[in-house]
Design a protein around this ligand. Structure first.
Ligand code: NAD
Length: 473
């Protein structure tokens, strides 16, 4: 069955008209999106505060400015991204023009999560517009204020024939997924990703999955303890720990843990004061459901809370919390925490830490803190993760030049910068041939002959030494 909702039909007609293809159209829409964000910065900040009590500082850095930077990068580079890539050729096709041409995929669907409700919708949309697609965007219903704002602003700024916002929860998204799309870009949990894949399978629609998981922070060897504590605390408790790339747990030796703990205590106090609940820089847990989930994990943990631990359900507050004596099988290690709880597990050697990481699903991000470059390089060499950052957390994802995405269970595919443009493009292999050299083509036509085969093997060989290795010479 090929359901077409009126919204998707409208976008499909616009796509078929070819209106989204010219560079000027893409550029204009990207510029209008830039105006949307700039003109409405205060409304955006208010919505993010309403949804997540997101401090202005964090909202600007991780939502508003990330989108603005991505937009400038896309506008500046659009022309070069759209240029065909000419490829190297074998002797057999020397007279042909061979290139990769990027073409838009069609009508794409972008589904976002609630933790960065603006950025997780608009950043992929930049890639979709730059690549010349029409797009349906489906913000998370959980971050309701930002969802409402996007639904109000997007039609005011962008072409309504080409871009649409659909609001709603799981049931509405399931109904939307019955439509045929040309690509689905999904950000969210691994559980829901499975239903997205099932829906996509019906139409054989390609899917990008931006998922989560447990991102380790491995501290090993010589470290600047105070700097490590500050960088770790900032990356972990930013957005109240609700970042897909937040360090989920720390792995370190017992000795490192014992020197780290006082530094963590001092850092937490200097960042959030003695009563973090009253600190405007500390965010809140998104919903009652997530608050209860986190508190149950904490209750079931056999670890020892050494810092924080206070909570208040009415305020959806959980203090920045550090737990030690956590074993591999502990409740806190069962699932992505996605909240302000930091378990510390101990390993006594580099190999033990690497084995621990490799026993788990491949994480979205892996952080290594060490002053020893041999430690950093060994972990980089011997593990796999979506992204990797030494001696800091989160910040690597702000760079449009780096692909952002997971590997294995933490996600499929990439975006940010050119990577988003590529995700929403079809890389079409093109060979433009003329009518010359039919005498050479004769070599491949039947009746097949051994000497012709040798010639063909030589002319199609990729080896640089093709001339000297010619069988007939
Ligand atoms: P979620 O999977 O519950 O929801 C995400 C989106 O899916 C929402 O728009 C929601 O409406 C929709 N949805 C929910 N249930 C659905 C269903 N049954 N069928 C179809 N659609 C459905 O995820 P979440 O709780 O919003 O986000 C948290 C997760 O997202 C965490 O695991 C986090 O790590 C991950 N995440 C990943 C990234 C990334 O870039 N890799 C970024 C942010 C969050």
């Amino acid at each position: 069955m090929d359901t077409q909702s009126p919204v998707v039909s409208r976008l499909r007609s616009a796509f078929r008209s070819g209106v989204t293809v010219p560079e000027q159209f893409r550029r204009t829409q990207l510029s209008k999106l830039l105006s949307l964000v700039k003109d409405n910065e205060q409304l955006i900040l208010d919505a993010l505060h309403k949804d997540l009590a997101k401090p202005k500082f964090e909202a600007i850095l991780s939502e508003v400015d990330m989108v603005i930077n991505e937009l400038h990068h896309a506008i500046d580079n659009l022309r070069s991204w759209m240029r065909p890539d000419y490829v190297s050729k074998s002797m057999a096709v020397k007279l042909d023009t061979c290139f990769v041409r990027r073409q838009p995929l069609g009508v794409v669907l972008i589904i976002g999560a609630w933790n960065y409700p603006l950025q997780l919708i608009l950043s992929p949309l930049i890639g979709a517009i730059a690549a010349g697609n029409c797009a349906v965007i489906k913000p998370s219903e959980v971050s309701a204020a930002t969802e409402r704002l996007l639904a109000e602003l997007v039609p005011k700024y962008l072409s309504q024939d080409c871009y649409a916002v659909v609001c709603g929860g799981a049931e509405d998204t399931k109904a939307l997924l019955e439509n045929r799309f040309d690509h689905i870009f999904y950000t969210g949990s691994q559980v829901v990703a499975r239903s997205i894949l099932q829906a996509a399978a019906v139409h054989l629609t390609p899917v990008t999955l931006e998922l989560g998981g447990k991102c380790p922070c491995f501290i090993y060897g010589r470290v600047n303890t105070m700097a490590a504590a500050r960088r770790l605390v900032w990356a972990k408790f930013f957005n109240a720990g609700q970042s897909c790339v937040a360090p989920d747990y720390v792995l370190c030796s017992k000795a490192t843990r014992d020197t780290l703990l006082p530094a963590l205590r001092e850092t937490l106090e200097s960042f959030y004061g003695k009563e973090p609940q009253t600190c405007p820089d500390m965010g809140r847990i998104m919903s009652d459901r997530h608050w209860t989930r986190l508190m149950k994990l904490l209750e079931r943990s056999r670890g020892k809370v050494v810092l924080g631990g206070e909570s208040q359900q009415e305020d959806k507050y959980i203090a920045p919390t550090v737990v030690v004596d956590v074993e591999e099988g502990d409740a806190l290690m069962e699932e992505e925490l996605f909240g302000p709880i930091l378990p510390i597990l101990t390993v006594e050697s580099l190999e033990e830490g690497i084995d621990f990481i490799n026993r788990k699903e491949k994480p979205l991000a892996l952080y290594v803190f060490s002053e020893e470059s041999s430690v950093v390089n060994t972990v980089l060499e011997k593990t796999s993760s979506g992204g990797f950052c030494s001696n800091d957390g989160i910040v690597y994802m702000t760079l449009p030049g780096l692909p952002f995405g997971g590997v294995g269970a933490s996600g499929w595919g990439h975006y940010h910068g050119r990577w988003g443009f590529e995700t929403f493009s079809h890389q079409r292999a093109c060979m433009l041939r003329g009518w010359a050299l039919e005498r050479i083509n004769v070599l491949r036509y039947p009746p097949y002959r051994e000497d012709n085969l040798s010639w063909l093997r030589w002319t199609t060989s990729a080896k640089k030494t093709a001339w000297s290795s010619c069988a007939l010479m």
